[in-house]
Design a protein around this ligand. Structure first.
Ligand code: M6R
Length: 628
């Protein structure tokens, strides 16, 4: 979950590496460091804490070399401290690592027995020792890495440099991503394209157990056994402006405001506006012209087709965190519209519970980053069980995207705030389309119904714009809201996962106690929590559950709870029993969750802001969870 950047080229490596690390800080912010060539030696500068601490130290440093590496850390082995910060330098070797070396105890015992005294508590430093020992024999960094690779067990991506070869970087990985940006006069290696696109949009994706030898601007890939690999350079379509804050105080706020566009982008490829019908386009859905098809050439047999999809008898949705809650909404949609049984699982449970996956099952994995370790493991498990798989990812060519048989894309653009917002609503939009598309395939809905759904979907982006006006309300109310001892979020039907999502947002950003519940469960326990210091957030749109939800709200009010209710239109009834009433536009039940998400996100954002917390980088978290 750490971020890696390496740079070789004519620009100042310090500037490029630090700005790259800034883009990757969402991956971890316990410490940061750089090793940059200066007078033919790697000068190491590291600092505990966020990148700003490193920047302070670097302000007075200059470097005259063209090569350097940097790292921003999410601590696994060893507490966050300067001593445990990367890069690790062992003799002339400097190394940065993302991931976990699982056999590090064994490696450490061997090294210590040989007289090595590690200077940190990390697993990463041990790899630097192994390479430093080998390079003495091989006299070549690439060969040394080749010999060390078989000794490593675990999930890792590593970038290493050696003073004796001052134009060379060697990158290798098993698990977490590493991408190589190939400019005309420069080369950038990073954990994510966001750290590359200000230099170049031409990239090569390193695959597991491959080694990249980068000499100046010459990039060569090899298998672990030393066989050369030809890999085409891909051109990516994200641009540098998309990763700026565009005048917003935080990325999260910007991303909340980008949601109408994100949803429109998610829907666009899958709705034929003329016929008002759904069409699933992309790899696996018969669009052979898509560039993705060419990279999945070898997997053609396994690709999803409409024919294969219509034979599906059961769907498993598997994901983590916010993506899991989006999946829960997906379950309601798919079962109700497409009349197909759906199970929804947390990936870390699914992968270990020995799930029974019957023939003709589709396993649908959802992941914004496409790199979440548990979701990836669940996908691999499903494939090995013979299931058809489909991913809904935001990051194209991420590992999950590459490995699934079929693909849907959130199309949200880069999401940088650690708290997921626009990827969530884009996923909901994808589930809307998928449910209706499968409903048609399975003849569970007719043409007229399909058109009605599509009309409702197309209206959502502009309805979302209207809901964004609650930004001002929460900015003003946040000081009062932050004083509550806890928040209880409730909803029914598709609004139940929204209650869970609202509570998660508040917990991760404002560090306040919050619970999400199905409103019907209130009498089974949570009612005991309610007193005048408890704020109830009730998601109560005018849908089939409305009356029951309102009864639950009455019960909460009778126990003294303060109430924010989120309803539809000018609902005098809800208004009269709530302390704050937030009105959403009248919409179809299938799209209510997309509208409900906005006030819940804004509430968490502004309360966290009012409490003075770092909204984009909440404590202890990282955006991309690439370890279990
Ligand atoms: O990249 P993914 O969608 O697989 O990430 C899953 C979760 O880690 C993520 O949604 C997490 O819960 C967010 N911080 C929530 O805001």
């Amino acid at each position: 979950m750490c971020g890696i950047v390496g740079y070789f080229g004519p620009q100042d490596p310090k500037e490029i590496i630090v700005s790259g690390l800034k883009r990757l800080e969402y991956r971890g912010y316990d410490s940061a460091g750089v090793a940059i060539l200066h007078d033919d030696k790697f000068k190491l500068v590291r600092a505990s804490g966020k990148l700003g601490e490193l920047q302070k130290k670097l302000a007075t440093e200059s470097f005259n070399g063209r090569l350097g590496i940097g790292h921003t850390r999410w601590a696994t082995h060893g507490v966050p401290s300067e001593r445990n910060a990367h890069p690790h330098k062992v003799e002339g070797i400097s190394l940065v690592h993302n991931g976990i070396i699982e056999n590090y105890q064994q490696i450490k015992s061997q090294l210590v027995a040989d007289g090595v005294q590690p200077s940190s508590d990390t697993d990463s430093e041990l790899v630097a020792h192994l390479i430093a020992r080998k390079v003495k024999v091989t006299g070549d960094l690439f060969k040394a890495v080749q010999q060390v690779l078989p000794e490593l067990v675990g999930a890792y991506s590593i970038l290493v440099v050696w003073e004796k070869q001052p134009d060379t970087m060697v990158a290798f990985k098993n698990g977490p991503p590493l991408i190589i940006g190939v400019g005309e006069k420069e080369t950038v290696v990073a954990s994510d394209v966001q750290a590359i696109i200000s230099c170049t949009n031409r990239v090569i994706y390193l695959e597991d157990l491959e080694i990249a030898r980068i000499r100046g601007t010459k990039v060569e890939l090899f298998t672990a056994g030393g066989e050369p690999i030809h890999r085409e350079i891909k051109v990516i379509n994200w641009n540098p402006e998309q990763i700026e804050k565009a005048g917003f105080k935080h990325f999260m706020l910007k991303e909340i405001h980008e949601q109408p566009r994100a949803v429109a982008n998610a829907l666009a490829p899958h709705i034929n506006v003329d016929s008002q019908r759904t069409q699933l386009t992309g790899v696996g859905f018969g669009c052979a012209s898509f560039e993705e098809l060419e990279r999945l050439d070898s997997a053609k047999d396994a690709l999803l087709t409409a024919e294969k999809l219509s034979a599906i008898e059961r769907i498993f949705i598997v994901a983590c965190g916010t993506s899991f809650y989006a999946g829960m909404v997906g379950k309601y949609l798919l079962e109700k519209i497409a009349k197909i049984p759906v199970e929804c699982d947390i990936a870390s449970e699914f992968r270990y519970r020995e799930p029974v996956i019957p023939p003709r099952s589709l396993v649908l994995v959802v992941s914004q980053s496409g790199e979440t370790a548990d979701t990836l493991a669940a996908l691999r498990l499903a494939k090995s069980a013979g299931a058809l798989t489909m991913s809904i990812c935001n990051v194209r060519r991420s590992t999950i995207d590459r490995e699934a048989h079929g693909h849907l894309y959130m199309n949200s653009g880069p999401e940088i705030g650690v708290a997921s917002t626009k990827a969530f609503v884009s996923t909901l939009a994808m589930f809307d389309v998928l449910a209706v598309y499968l409903g048609r395939l399975r003849k569970a809905i007719g043409e007229i119904e399909e058109r009605q759904y599509v009309e409702a979907f197309l209206e959502v982006p502009s309805q979302m714009e209207a809901v964004l006006a609650y930004d001002k309300f929460f900015a003003e109310a946040a000081d009062r809201l932050k004083a509550f001892k806890g928040l209880l979020y409730m909803g029914r039907g598709v609004s139940y996962p929204l209650a869970l999502e609202g509570a998660l947002k508040l917990k991760e950003l404002a560090y306040m106690h919050a619970e999400g519940y199905a409103a019907g469960e209130m009498k089974h326990g949570p009612l005991a929590l309610i007193d005048e210091r408890m704020l109830i957030v009730m998601v109560a749109p005018k849908d089939q559950h409305y009356e029951k939800t309102v009864s639950n709200l009455e019960e909460a009010r009778a126990r003294g709870g303060k109430i924010i209710s989120i309803g539809t239109g000018n609902d005098a009834n809800l208004k009269s029993i709530s302390d704050y009433y937030l009105s959403l536009p009248m919409a179809d039940w299938t799209v209510n969750p997309l509208l409900e998400a906005i006030p819940l996100q804004l509430l968490a954002y502004h309360v966290a802001e009012a409490l003075g917390y770092d909204v984009d980088q909440p404590r202890n978290l990282a955006k991309s969870v690439t370890v279990e």
